[in-house]
Design a protein around this ligand. Sequence first.
Ligand code: MN
Length: 293
Amino acid sequence: MNQIGVHALVWVGGWSEEECRQAIENSKTAGFDLIEIPVLDPATIDIDMTRQVLQSVGLKAGCSLGLSFETDISSADPAVVAGGDRLLHEALDVARGIGAEYLGGVIYSALGKYSHMPTPEGRANCVNVLRDLAREAAQDGITLGLETVNRYESNLLNTAAQTLELIEDINEDNVVVHLDTYHMNIEEANFRIPVMACGDRLGYVHIGESHRGYLGTGTVDFADLFNALATINYQGTITFESFSSAVVAPNLSTTLAIWRNLWSDGMDLARHARQFIDEGLQKSSRSLAEANP
Ligand code: MN
């Protein structure tokens, strides 16, 4: 059974104790197993408080972040790479401290629009930092996910094929591909081929619509995705991600270019998404069973 998660930005833009409690309780109420907590600024996360709220509500957590151009481990500048290395270790400390088993996102480059091609030196820096981080994460049973994003949000990993290649170079078992339908819709030929190419290397999936609003109201072919997930017998986490100008996180909302209000009622949105994902998974496993009686 897949764990079904929801991104914290469906509920709150910050992480005060009140926001933390609200986000975690709402996730549980809407029927999710897990909340994905953004840790772009790890120092702002109260680790003990977060762990206690998660435990009291009975919800799991994953952590995600995108690096900035000041902390870009795919840079050729050793000082910038060292800053990114430090930030990733701080994020790993948060994940470990709150009991998360997953740390992912754009942890391999800056999250933002590049004005140049990736460089071989920068890519090698990225591989080295992530290999060491993966070895440390493995000691606590934490998996690292490389979220493949569109060309305006990174210059390094825009397709599943590129991510698989980088993971091969990192060569650690606890590094997985993290696919996101919003980004796949821009960069991949369809939703099936990349999932099939990943197979066992697929470890985390973001479900997001083409405009990042209500599922089923955009151009993402979710049936294609769910059928592919059923075909590879995907057992990993599936997390709903949606953003609206109704909930703003400093930095992240502007980096992701969230300029429009696509919804105001996070609870209605989240309940709808939970049902949409359930139905998608059920339909795909039924059709797979019918095709292979
Ligand atoms: Mn995503």
